[in-house]
Design a protein around this ligand. Sequence first.
Ligand SMILES: [Fe+2]
Ligand SMILES: [Fe+2]
Length: 366
Amino acid sequence: MTTTTVDIGYLERAKQGKFDLDWLNNSHAEWGVRATPSKVGLTLRDIAIGSYGEVPEHAPRRTMAPRGCDIDAEVPDIGYTLNDKVDVWSDNVMELYEEAVSRQWSATRDIAWSELPQLDDDLEHAMCQFATLLSEIEMLAADFPAKWLWRINHDFIEAKMFLCTQIMDEARHSEVFRKRALAGGGGLGKAIPVVETFLKVVLDAQNYDEGSALMHLLAEGLVLSVFRAGELLAPSPVEKRIFRLCMQDEARHVAYGTMHLRYRLERDPSIAHDFHAYLDRGEEVISALFTTPEVVEPAAILAAGGLKQAEEMGLAASDILRTRVIEEYLQRCDRAGLSRRGRMKLPAEILEGTDGGASYQSESVA
Ligand SMILES: [Fe+2]
Ligand SMILES: [Fe+2]
């Protein structure tokens, strides 16, 4: 009898109390293995005990069954394609999931929308263009994990669960920046090709390694640095709070990407070459952002505190942000074990004041 056959005979027997109980026979599951809650409650780390706690280097099956449970031979093959721990794992993934769950916030209730001040028109235009850009970018960081989630073997459920929290976070980030554009009367700004060209590169990545490096490390790293500079950019306490709340979410996504890359490289340093190639390409595409008026000018106006101030200062205020963004990216790469110092694919004028190197000069600047 196959597992999908309706067994009326069984129903009759069970009605008479003649249970099968075969599901208890030959059981190797975790009878007697008991998880102890820690101070904050029962965490993923707390239940990583017994055979459930053993995350295999290579998943022996491709089913949705939890690790450590008894698996009927007829459970179907789901067809996952990411079946090695190194494909998706990072040592901090359980803690990042717990943090994500405990620090969810609401873009509806937790932002004081009624206290949004009437800004002068130049600042409102700048903020709305910036919010449009961010809202556009944010959803990519949901689309990319969503595209790969179902391909990840269930034995690495913690990584899948963390990516689910990232998807929720990014939905909220898209939401909060749309709300900001529409709440102040400025409305949504302009979508530009350079942004979506980069987003498409991430979505079209040939493998999870490539997409994760481009998204978690490069793109989200840049966005995290922007959020971190919220004090510099925010025209009012309302935007400051938006940036701060988004920053704490973004820090988790970048922490996963950085530690995942590190985990990967520690186990196979020979693949550093591949990651350098991914980032070479990503940096080349993303470098155009630094010379795109729809990106540069809102940042300059917000950082200077107005259009007139920005016209007087030129890019002096936003240059602080540019160098900070690049430096923090380089530090992140260092932490991951993939130094990009001296080999970033950005023009010298953009790298000015940073330690990113200037290989682009000899290759691309005539
Ligand atoms: Fe985000
Ligand atoms: Fe993110």
